[in-house]
Design a protein around this ligand. Sequence first.
Ligand code: GTP
Ligand code: SPV
Ligand code: MN
Length: 589
Amino acid sequence: MTNNKKVLTWLDEMVKLCRPDEIVWIDGSEEQLEKLREEAVATGEMIKLNQEKLPGCYYHRTAENDVARVEDRTFICTPTKEEAGPINNWMEPSEMYAKLSKLYDGSMIGRTMYVIPYSMGPVGSPFSKIGIELTDSIYVVLNMDIMTRVGKAVVDALGEDGDFVKCLHAKKDVNPEERYIVHFPQDDTIWSINSAYGGNVLLGKKCFALRIASYLGKQEGWMAEHMLILGLENPKGEVKYICAAFPSACGKTNLAMLIPPEGLKAQGYKVWTVGDDIAWLRVGEDGRLYAVNPEAGFFGVAPGTSEKTNFNALESTKKGTIFTNVAINTDDMTVWWEGLDKNPPENAIDWLGNKCNGKEYFAEGKKLANPNSRFTAPAKNCPCISSEFENPNGVPVSAIVFGGRRAKTAPLVYQARDWNHGVFVGATMASETTAAATGAVGVVRRDPMAMRPFVGYNMADYFQHWYDMGKKISNPPQIFNVNWFRLDDEGHFMWPGFGDNMRVLNWIIDRCEGKVDAVETPIGFVPNKEDLDLEGLDIDDAALTELLSIDKDVWKDEVKQQREFFAQFGDRLPKEIVDSMDDLEKRLG
Ligand code: GTP
Ligand code: SPV
Ligand code: MN
């Protein structure tokens, strides 16, 4: 398929290492993909779902020990440990290559190696980047085909001499003890072994589009961020774009596809989706920041997705979608997960493959779907996909929003004073952990810019990069922080969330346009209650007051925790962060 010597030399080397029986280039044709689907169904790797109700949809179950990203087994292998920084796991590159080569040795004997040429971003766009993933998994091939632009056109765009990110994946025997997700930023190389789950194996996603791309962005003067991109249309038909960084399973897909509450919808407000997980950001000639979504699909959290909470996401999964680790309704071969509706199927197979009575499970509080079960859906299925989705130059960003799950502390929304203060707001993000990664759930941890697991170099230098970018953006976006997850004393969410988040987005855009005043607090600007459009919302005044309040004692303690977290970066920490912390402490009195 190519004469590119760099590709052929590398492929030759990897084939000698893994020793597959066969090598198959993925050309992106429907004919080839259909054959692979049939093969995967024949071997039991995938299950064909009801083709009348869910045309082109398939089901896959991963191993019980392989259902989420594995941050403790994810490495950034730079020549020195300092380059990787204190947050990343690190090993010296030659040592890691030697260690992993032993694991890959002969790992594809008796298997086929698929060669997937793919583009992150529209094929041929000057902002796009090409990768080639070698894998022995048909599931990976079919997911990559949905999540990225795959096939012959990419090989043509690469040309005889083009560079690409070299991605090697072998599922081997999915042994968690020997599972490694490894990045060599200086070599444009990613090696993944012993997993078959999403973020560990769809190497275009977190591994390339965030870890490798963040490193490239630092060198080349742009940014790769864990952000959704949405367009907010007002009744005049003007569209303003917002990027939002929330940690994994904290609401990006939901916000990106939001449907406004009745009142606002009737006035003509609308949301258009450009991206739901990753944004590549560059400075345009007009001095504004521009965002491109490098992906072509959504790898979304299934539980909690319903017609009510996220109609557009659910619609996106009605055709050409792969479901992973949800439950099957065996009466009609459709899918089910917690939160889809209140009617779990009686005749079901749970995510572990057990036949069961879903109603009994539900009554007993047992999970039918894995909490991190996912759908892989083509972006073009989404009813509210933006007309700018394929725009190779991206969309101009009016606001950047940070946010996380905080039961207490963070108010519903506040605005940073300027770019540098906004960088501090992002750098001091913290959120309760979720099922998207292995480990404890619900523990507050610091997660700067929602990028803790995804920065491909020293996080102190990443903070510096944000400050440096600020100097290049003459017309910068305003920066905000939101928290949809504040709990009352009984443990209930105080804010209704989902579609009602539109009320907060409108305030954000009003602030960007200088249309409304705000209350200055020690942490930034919070809304005057009357500037939030609350029409049709059943929320009492006391709750709203609390949602917008800042408890100085809690925040003094928060600054202490920030200092502890930042201490690990030593002298490498930008001085601006320390200045902002001192300033915040002073303002808190
Ligand atoms: P990743 O794909 O892991 O990066 O996750 P994400 O940030 O896209 O999160 P997603 O939108 O899939 O939401 C994760 C979970 O949070 C789902 O179970 C949602 O139902 C729930 N959720 C999303 N938005 C809200 C909200 O505004 N309020 C509340 N209470 N829950 C929400
Ligand atoms: C996340 O965990 O942030 C995801 C899913 O978007 S994964 O592709 O597994 O990283
Ligand atoms: Mn994500």
